[in-house]
Design a protein around this ligand. Structure first.
Ligand code: XMP
Length: 509
């Protein structure tokens, strides 16, 4: 285990990512974790992250200097490097010239982490303070024209520091440096695999929950499904999963959740399927404003869940499928609200539980998928594309009605079928059909029609923050269009949305 001690830098998630890419298990903890707790985790190494503060400012985040005397290998990055210097007797000051961006750096290849690195290498710098004098016992192992201590080490005490950011790809040999740290001084073997995580997590859940009870809201998405299966493997029938079918799911989705988690499925748990679709349609009657729809759907979900929880009675744990990027996003959360994603952070007020349990909070999405496969969850569920909490409610522009839901479900099912048949399912990150609120004139046979227009959306994206419209071959689009206008009642037109994000968003609402 490598622990990343978080001092608030913007690339912290990436550090964990890079370490995991070396097949070394890694957890991120806030710098507020005590030295005692930290040591109890028995890490093989610790990485101190960057951060926006100045170490010489008394209000900035510091750490017990005894950390540096434990014999645990430590790598300080940026602020973490300055903190190491400052805590062990070096000097940190505001740099006369701050460095930002790609920087040519001279490397001393005898440095413990630099054996594989070129003598002059490009690194990513982003700092206004610098280490002007390395502490006693340290030697300088890299510098730039304006940064005298771009890297330093005290190999005897296993302390290493880099002013630059090895975790970002702009640091050309950054991964090598991180690998050298975890494989060298830390002595990691690089044999961490998903089955270790799965087994250890099951064990940990068992110990934590004991003979207590846990309750989980199952959405049918990847995260909550993997969390539920992990929990069920650990505690079996002490777990109850509530699946709220709000009637805004894709075609066949409720059935597939039943198949996996229901009584005939492979897992040992209590499964409650609540069919709440009428209740939702009633609440959504006449509502057209997107954020209001989201709010209603989110709140109603919590109410339904609370009612079911009441029937079950007090539980000890509430299970959440939170994954690592959610932790980060909700932690920063300062950007303007473009859309409120209700399933991040919304918690029931009236469920009687003692503690939240988040078995996936240290995993990235692809790792959640790997864990899902390891747990034997069907591939189609594991690779399910993201589906918003409010479901088809925000893919129907304007008022939601049962009829419109049916239209979108049918059109979307055809779209998905044809994309899969064309072998494109994994190369388009998210794709779906939505219903415009537009009706137009068409002709079918010899008759005039006045029907709805369906819009197809398909995007490629790596982070869902920006996206490009996917290039779907013309013949595939035409086949989809043909099938939709022929097979789906009340649709006489099909559009393909070419808009990128920004300025568009991925969903229509
Ligand atoms: P947008 O439309 O904001 O979508 O470009 C980015 C990603 O977020 C999903 N999305 C949501 N997910 N609740 C969710 O759980 C929501 O209200 C919501 N709105 C958008 C969207 O599907 C895409 O993956």
């Amino acid at each position: 285990l490598i622990i990343v001690l978080d001092f608030g830098g913007q690339y912290n998630q990436l550090i964990a990512r890079r370490v995991r890419e070396c097949s070394v298990y890694c957890e991120v903890h806030p710098y507020t974790i005590s030295l005692k707790e930290l040591k109890a985790k028995n890490p093989k190494g610790i990485i101190l992250t960057g951060g926006p503060n100045s170490v010489f400012d008394p209000a900035s985040p510091h750490y017990d200097p005894a950390l540096f005397d434990q014999g645990i290998p430590i790598l300080g990055i940026c602020y973490g490097a300055q903190l190491m210097a400052w805590s062990t007797g070096g000097t940190v000051e505001t740099a006369p010239v701050s460095e930002y961006g790609k920087t040519e750096t001279s490397i001393d290849r005898t440095g413990r982490l630099f054996g594989d690195v070129a003598e002059t290498t490009t690194v990513w710098m982003s700092h206004t303070d610098y280490i002007s004098k390395a502490p006693e016992g340290f030697r300088v192992t890299a510098h730039t024209p304006v940064c005298p201590v771009a890297a330093m080490e005290n190999d005897e005490k296993k302390l290493y520091a880099v002013q630059f950011h090895p975790e970002v790809t702009h640091t050309v040999e950054g991964t090598k440096i991180l690998r050298s740290f975890v494989m060298g001084p830390c002595g990691c073997k690089g044999d961490w695999k998903m089955d270790d995580f799965v087994e250890r997590t099951i064990q940990e859940i068992r110990e934590k929950v004991g003979d207590g009870k846990a309750l989980c809201a199952l959405s049918g998405g990847v995260d909550s499904s993997v969390a539920a299966v992990l929990m069920s493997k650990a505690i079996g029938k002490q777990l109850t999963c509530v699946f709220v079918d709000h009637g805004l799911l894709r075609k066949g989705e409720a059935e597939s959740v039943d198949k996996v988690f229901g009584p005939d499925g492979p897992y040992d748990l209590n499964f409650v399927h609540v069919d709440a679709h009428e209740r939702y349609y009633e609440k959504l009657k006449g509502v057209t404003e997107p954020e209001q729809k989201r709010k209603i759907i989110g709140e109603e979900f919590i109410r339904v869940f609370e009612e079911e929880a009441k029937k079950i009675g007090a539980v000890d744990y509430l299970v959440q499928g939170t994954i690592y990027p959610d932790v980060i996003e909700s932690g920063l959360g300062k950007s303007a609200v473009i859309k409120s994603h209700h399933n991040v952070g919304g918690l029931p007020d009236h469920v009687d539980f003692k503690e939240i349990i988040e078995p996936l909070r240290m995993l990235f999405k692809d790792e959640v998928r790997a864990a899902g496969l390891e747990l034997g969850i069907p591939e189609d569920l594991v690779y399910r594309q993201p589906f918003p909490g409010p479901g088809l409610g925000i893919r129907i522009i304007g008022e939601v009605t049962a009829e419109k839901v049916k239209i979108v479900q049918e059109a979307d099912a055809i779209y998905r079928e044809e994309i899969a048949a064309a072998g494109l399912a994994r190369s388009i990150n998210q794709y779906f059909a939505a219903l415009t609120n537009m009706r137009s004139v068409g002709v079918m046979g010899d008759f005039r029609t006045y029907d709805y227009a369906v819009v197809l959306r398909g995007v490629t994206t790596s982070d869902f923050m920006t996206a490009e419209a996917a290039e779907i071959p013309w013949n595939v689009l035409q086949r989809i269009m043909n099938r939709i206008v022929n097979e789906v009642d009340h649709v006489n037109r099909v559009f393909y949305d070419l808009t990128s994000k920004p300025p568009g968003t991925i969903e229509m609402e």
